[in-house]
Design a protein. Structure first.
Length: 457
C-alpha cells in the first residue's frame, strides 16, 4: 500500500503579500542592499549629530507628577545647584588652597569653558547683606563695639581721612595701656584691637607700595571681629576637605559633562607630581550621571559583542557554514543602525534604560533570520534562489511576522506606564524589533540571493 501525496502547505492570507515583498526585494538584490546601506549611513551620520544621551533622573519621571512640578518650580525660583564638585583633601589648608588655585587656573586656560570655577564665597554675592550671615553672638559683640566707639565714628564721619583714622587707633592703644597700668581687672583687648588695625593698615599700605592688591578693609580688626585666614573657603568642619565647584559653560548634557569631567581628571593627574601630599577627586550629580551612562554604554557594548560572538558560534555549528551566518549578523547590525537613526528622529535621546535595547535586538531579532535561513536551505534545492526566498516568505513569513508583532506589542505596552524612562524604553525596543523584522524580510533575502548567485555564477 503506497502513501498518498503529502497535503499542500497551507498559505495564510498574509503569505502572498509577503511573497510579493520578498520577490520585489530580491528581483534586484544589489539595489536593495545598496539602498539599505545608504539609509544606514545617513541614519548613522544623523545620530552622531543629533542624538543626545539623557542622564538626568528627573527627565525620566512623569512631567505631570506633582513632586516633579514642585521641584521644577523650586528650581526656577531658587536655581538648581548641580555642579561638578572637586574634592581636595590635605592636612594643610594652605596646600589645599594652593592645589585648588593651580587647578582652577589650568582649567580656565584649557579647552573646556566653565561658567563657574570657585572654592570660596564670592563677596559680590552677599554685598549689602553680610550682616544676615553673622551669628547672634557676633551681632551682639558688634553692637557693643559700635556703642563703645560712637565718639570715634562721629569724628571720622565728620572728617574722614588717614589722619583721623590714625588718631583713633592711637587713642585705642593709649586707652589699653592706661587700663593695664591701673590694673582694673580688665583685659587689654582694646589695645590689641588697636594694634591689629594698625598692623592691617600698614600691611595694606605696603601692598599698595609694592604694586599688589591692597583692596582690603582694616575695619574688621577695629571692630573686634578679627580675621579668619580661611574665611570664605568651602571647607569641611575638620578643614581637611576643600570643595571646588565647577559648572561647564556648555549647559549640561552627557557629552559636555563627560568632556568637562575628563578634563578635570586629566588636570588633577598632572598636578599630582607637584602636590604628592594632596589627593583630589571628582563627584557631584553630573559626574555620577556621566559615570553611570559611560558604564552603561561600556556594559551594553560588551554584552552586545559577547551576544554576537556566541550567536555566530551557534549559527556556524547549526548551519555548518560561515558566510550566511555572518551575512545574517550584518543584516541585524544594519537594522540596529537604522533603529538608532529612527530613535534620533522621534525620541531624540537615549537613557540609561533605553541604551540596553541593542543587546535585546541581537537576541530577539536574530530569530527572524534563523527561521528564514533554515527554511531557505530546505527549499533551495533545485530552485532558483529568488524563487526559494519567495516561497519561504509565503510559507514561513506569516509565523515570523506574528512572532515579531507579538514581541513588539509587548514592548509597546510599556508606553502606558507613568515612568518616562520605561515608556521610552518600550517604544525604542518595540520599534527596533519591527525594523529588524523589515530588514530580515527585505535585506536578508536580497543578500542571500547575491551570495548564492555568486556561487552559481
Amino acid at each position: 500500500m503506497t502513501a498518498g501525496p503529502s497535503p499542500p502547505t497551507p498559505v495564510f492570507p498574509i503569505g502572498r503579500p509577503l511573497r510579493w515583498l520578498v520577490a520585489l526585494s530580491s528581483r534586484r538584490p544589489a539595489l536593495t542592499v545598496t539602498a539599505w546601506l545608504a539609509v544606514a549611513v545617513v541614519m548613522l551620520a544623523w545620530a552622531f549629530v543629533a542624538l543626545r544621551f539623557e542622564t538626568s533622573m528627573l527627565r525620566l519621571l512623569s512631567p505631570t507628577a506633582r513632586y516633579v512640578t514642585l521641584y521644577e518650580q523650586y528650581s526656577r525660583n531658587f536655581g538648581e545647584l548641580d555642579d561638578v564638585m572637586i574634592i581636595v583633601e590635605s592636612g594643610d589648608v594652605r596646600r589645599s588652597v594652593a592645589f585648588a588655585d593651580r587647578l582652577v587656573g589650568a582649567l580656565r586656560r584649557g579647552p573646556v569653558r566653565f561658567h563657574r570655577l570657585t572654592y570660596r564665597v564670592d563677596p559680590g554675592h552677599v554685598a549689602g547683606q553680610r550682616l544676615l550671615y553673622l551669628t547672634l553672638d557676633e551681632l551682639t559683640s558688634l553692637q557693643r563695639t559700635l556703642i563703645d566707639q560712637r565718639d570715634f565714628i562721629e569724628r571720622f564721619a565728620a572728617r574722614p581721612g588717614l589722619t583721623t583714622l590714625l588718631a583713633g587707633i592711637r587713642q585705642r592703644i593709649d586707652a589699653g595701656i592706661l587700663l593695664s597700668l591701673f590694673d582694673l581687672g580688665l583685659d587689654d583687648r582694646t589695645s590689641r584691637q588697636g594694634l591689629a588695625v594698625l598692623g592691617d593698615l600698614v600691611g595694606q599700605l605696603q601692598a599698595v607700595a609694592d604694586g599688589h592688591d591692597g583692596d582690603h578693609s582694616p575695619w574688621a580688626g577695629f571692630w573686634g571681629l578679627g580675621r579668619d585666614r580661611d574665611e570664605g573657603l568651602f571647607l569641611s568642619d575638620d578643614k581637611r576637605l576643600l570643595f571646588v565647584f565647577a559648572d561647564p559653560l556648555s549647559g549640561g548634557g552627557f557629552a559636555a559633562d563627560r568632556e568637562a569631567i575628563e578634563e578635570i581628571r586629566r588636570r588633577i593627574a598632572e598636578l599630582r607630581v607637584e602636590f604628592p601630599d594632596v589627593s583630589a577627586g571628582v563627584t557631584g550629580g553630573p559626574a555620577l550621571s556621566a559615570d553611570e551612562m559611560t558604564s552603561a554604554f561600556r556594559d551594553s557594548g560588551i554584552a552586545t559583542l559577547v551576544a554576537a560572538v556566541l550567536t555566530l558560534a551557534v549559527l556556524v555549528l547549526a548551519f555548518r557554514q560561515v558566510v550566511k551566518p555572518l551575512v545574517m549578523l550584518g543584516v541585524l547590525a544594519t537594522s540596529v543602525i537604522v533603529s538608532i537613526g529612527v530613535i534620533t528622529l522621534t525620541v531624540g535621546h537615549l537613557t540609561i534604560f533605553s541604551v540596553m535595547f541593542i543587546s535585546m535586538v541581537v537576541g530577539l531579532g536574530i530569530d527572524y533570520g534563523i527561521y528564514l535561513l533554515y527554511r531557505y536551505e530546505a527549499e533551495r534545492a533545485g530552485r532558483d534562489p529568488r524563487d526559494a526566498v519567495a516561497l519561504v516568505a509565503e510559507r514561513s513569513g506569516p509565523g515570523i511576522v506574528l512572532g515579531a508583532l507579538s514581541g513588539a506589542v509587548t514592548f509597546y505596552v510599556l508606553m502606558l506606564t507613568d515612568f518616562r524612562g520605561i515608556r521610552e524604553f518600550g517604544f525604542v525596543a518595540g520599534t527596533a524589533l519591527l525594523i529588524a523584522l523589515l530588514a530580515m524580510l527585505t535585506l536578508f533575502p536580497a543578500a542571500l540571493v547575491l551570495v548564492d548567485a555568486s556561487r552559481l555564477g
